[in-house]
Structure formats: structure tokens, C-alpha cells
Design a protein around this ligand. Sequence first.
Ligand code: PLP
Length: 325
Amino acid sequence: MQPQPIKGNLNVEKLEEVIRETGVENIPFIRMEASTNLIGGQPFSIQNMREVRRVADAYGLRIVLDASLLGENAYLVIQREPEFAEATMEEVISIITGLADIVYFSARKLNSSRGGGICTDSHDIYLEMEALVPLYEGFLTYGGISVREMEAMAVGLYETLDETMICQSPEYIRYLVNSLAAKGVPVVTPPGVLGAHVDAMHICDHIPQTQYPAGSFGAAFFLISGVRGMERGSVSNQRDENGNETYADMELLRLAIPRRVFTLSQIKYVEDRLVWLNANRRLIGGLRFVYEPPVLRFFMGGLEPVSDWPQKLAAKFREDFGDSL
Ligand SMILES: *Cc1c(COP(=O)(O)O)cnc(C)c1O
């Protein structure tokens, strides 16, 4: 396979520019995300992280790594970064975590268990964090998470080193992204991790951003498939300090494909319904907020259609499929 571009890389020149403009004293840390969710689950390369490390060292800044999908990011490093084509998952993961000062993760994603963790191999950083534990958690010796949960985490971490286990999610994503692209459904390429990301700005170019194309597309897709995607566009953006909308550069619908959850026939069903919806995209209309919490509105907010488009979409669906799902 040809090496494919790695789109989650941090732009090191821009990073230095931002540091110089903002002043190093105003920057608490540099954060890397494995993988970068808001641009379609794209991985970063080890080469890129080494360059970020050099910048961090030059300015005395720490690197904080969000390792929630580190296993899948490492898998794509092996697939796409020629220097690591022969490396093991253990080697790649320990190089990446070794380049960070603090590593945190959602255990749901990294190791299929509950909770999460914050790790460091620096005693000084450990002591800084220790002081914060009573403030947010309870006294350090209270015990924290249960032993059962820690054991489940440990099993999950070992599984995360198993390439045959980790490849499942990225391989399903690759299948879905490539087959959608081949059938003319605009989707973020190359396939990354986390999920397939459908380009709703493109599909719903008849819906203005004021009416949330990605949110609308997600609602329409749920209606005609029962598949629940996640809006990653302007609904996921926050209003500015004056209460004005800030519109996202991309209007994406994320179809997350976690490891060991779906069968290939389920993925093919998603593909089939997306192809139908893309062909009928002009029937999709916009949305407006009816309930908008001030922070993270995309989690608990409520929206309604701006017209009777859902009824029209459902009518077309019945025309083509009858009453069968
Ligand atoms: C999912 C995700 C999170 C949040 O995970 P929770 O399980 O909700 O805590 C954080 N960072 C990244 C990169 C993720 O993909």
C-alpha cells in the first residue's frame, strides 16, 4: 500500500508563530490529540510529534497528549509512516507517550473500560497534580477507582497493544470511507480513526450555515436509517462573547465506529442508506434551536425543523422502500 498523508499533524511553523505572538508565559502547555476529532479523526505522525517536542523544549513548554485513540493512531503510524513500517504497537506507543509530559485518556476508547486516567513519568509533575486531587476528587489515599475497574483497564491496555484487535475499527472505517467515496458521497479522506466523517457542507449546500447543515443532515440520516451520527459543525461551535454564532469551517457528520461493536453487514447498511440520502439530499431542510444551553450546546440542546421537510423525506422513503426499514 502507498503511504497515505497524515492529516492530524500539528503545523510546527504556525505553532512557533502563535507562541511568539502570545508570549510563552501565557501558554500553559501544548496539546496533541490522538486523533484530532474535529478534523475527521486524523492521526499525527511520530516525526511531527518529535518536531513539536523540539519546539516545546526550545520554549520550556510541556506537551499534554490526549491518548483516547492512541492505539488506532499508532496503528496508522505503522501503516503510513515508512520509518515505523516494521515497528510493533508497543514500540510506537512507547515512543509517542515518551514524547509527552502528561498523557490522559478516556478508558472507554483507549482500553474498553470505564473511567480514564492521567499519567506522567515526571515526579515533579506528579507532585503538582497530587496537590489538585483533594480539590477535585478526594484525598489521595481514599482509593479512587475500584480495583475491578483498574484490572479491566489493565486488560484493555494489553489488548490495545494487539494489532489484530486494534486494526478492526480503522479497517472498517477504511472500508466505509472508500466505498462512500467511490459512490460519490463526499467524505473526509484519507480514512482516519474514530469514524467516517461525511461532508454535510457539500451534501447540504442548499442549507445555509445559519440552519446547521451538519445537524440537519444528521437528523435526516437518523430518520431514514435509525443510525445516530454526531454533528461536528456549527452546532458544536460556541457562540462568541457577544452571543453571536461562530460558524465552523467544516460541517461534518461523524459516524463513529468503535472497536468490536459492529459487524460488516451493519457497516454496509450504513453505506446503503447514506447513498440513498445523498441521492435525495435536496429533500433535507434546516434546523433551528428551541433550547440552547450556554455551554456545550451540542450535548443537551434541542432543535426543530424549519419546515415540514422531515415529512416529505419520510414520504419519499416510503415510496422507495415501503414500510420496511
Ligand atoms: C472521545 C474522546 C474524548 C472524551 O471521551 P469520554 O469517554 O467522553 O471521556 C476525549 N478525547 C478524545 C480524543 C476523544 O476521542
